[in-house]
Design a protein around this ligand. Structure first.
Ligand code: COI
Length: 355
């Protein structure tokens, strides 16, 4: 039987008494896994509702070799971040958006999902239990990875009879090795990330397996990542392996419209709102790869990448460059978003949740 939920307040307080911060090199965080103390674990038996979860020591999990996730890819994940403020308080950024997106993804993938309340409680409990792993203000963030998997055994193709919801965390710094310096992309002309009617619009694990070949090839050639085109016309921008894309021309900022093949990023949505509130015209539409030639700036958005300036895009052997440094619009939007996420400015959008 599952052990009862351990009260998190007690766990985190115990940690605060023993040690304030984990003993790691906070000045050199990249985006790689640093095992922490606890993970959250909750199961849903046949019938479809999750019951009470619990915090467990972070570690390996046991799965049937027939688990739906291992055999038929029935899995979804989320990504969000916790920041430590100067005053020591902890901020989450729009966690209810992740909860809602996981529910929508679960519906597409025929999976049971935790309620918004269960998702939020699990995220808060996991963050507080691992508080000593949240980087000091200005040094990075705690990346939170909620994971929903078909853990029940299936042999024929069918939804798994049992689902497991996990939350683990890791302190992180910049996603790209370039840090905040511009990244360099290459347009992928043969392989596609998603198809109409497929699962490109939900955060299923298979979408990320599907980009590894093009991403590896891009990296081998010295690029930071690959930029995918739509698979029907092979002409319209979709997204990069782990982030959405924006094109700036004058006062207009354009980004591919959400139409089933593009991941509805929470950073994407936030940047659209911030840009509009700052007087930019933002267009969500089909963005042709040809528009890259005339663009003033290009940038990517995502929870992991935040707002990443693009220094060049190479398409059919031609390199389109966007100047030496970070463009003014990219810089402005990056600053507005990160100041808000870190609690350095008043949150007029009401997006942050203080723990
Ligand atoms: C995120 O930004 O949370 C992502 O999904 C990127 C991840 C694949 C590293």
């Amino acid at each position: 039987a599952a052990s009862p939920l351990r009260p998190c307040a007690t766990l985190s307080n115990a940690y605060n008494e023993t040690t304030e911060l984990a003993d790691i090199d906070w000045d050199n965080l990249g985006f790689s896994i640093q095992p922490t103390d606890y993970m959250y674990f909750m199961k849903c038996q046949q019938g479809g509702t999750f019951s009470k979860g619990e915090l467990k020591r972070y570690g390996n999990i046991e799965l049937s070799p027939c688990a739906g996730v291992l055999n038929y890819g029935q899995g979804l994940f989320e990504g969000l971040k916790a920041y430590r403020k100067q005053d020591g308080n902890i901020l989450l950024f729009r966690p209810e958006e992740n909860a809602e997106r996981m529910k929508a993804g679960a519906e597409r993938m025929s999976m049971a999902s935790p309620s918004t309340e269960q998702f939020l409680q699990a995220v808060k409990d996991t963050v507080l239990a691992n508080k000593r792993w949240i980087p000091p203000a200005g040094k990075g963030s705690l990346y939170i990875r909620p994971l929903l998997i078909g853990s029940g055994a299936v042999l024929g193709v069918a939804p798994a009879p049992e689902y497991t919801f996990l939350v683990y965390v890791s302190p992180v710094g910049n996603y790209f090795k370039e840090g905040l310096a511009p990244i360099h992309l290459i347009v992928e002309n043969d392989l596609h990330r998603a198809t109409p009617g497929g699962t490109g619009g939900v955060k299923t694990i298979g979408n990320y397996a599907a980009v590894l070949k093009a991403q590896s090839a891009a990296k081998l050639k010295g690029y930071s990542d690959a930029l995918y085109l739509d698979c029907v016309h092979k002409k319209y921008l979709e997204e990069v392996s782990s982030c959405n894309i924006f094109v700036v021309k004058g006062n207009t900022i354009s980004t591919p419209a959400i139409k089933g093949t593009i991941l509805p990023g929470i950073t994407r949505k936030s940047i659209i709102d911030l840009a509009r509130s700052q007087g930019f015209q933002v267009e969500e539409r089909l963005v042709s790869v040809d528009e890259l030639v005339d663009a003033d700036e290009v940038f990517c958005t995502g929870t992991a990448v935040v707002v990443s300036p693009v220094g060049s895009v190479t398409h059919l052997g031609k390199r389109i460059s966007y100047g030496n440094g970070v463009g003014a619009v990219t810089r402005q939007l990056h600053a507005s978003l990160t100041r808000l996420q870190m609690g350095l400015i008043a949150d007029e959008m009401n997006w942050t949740l203080e723990l």
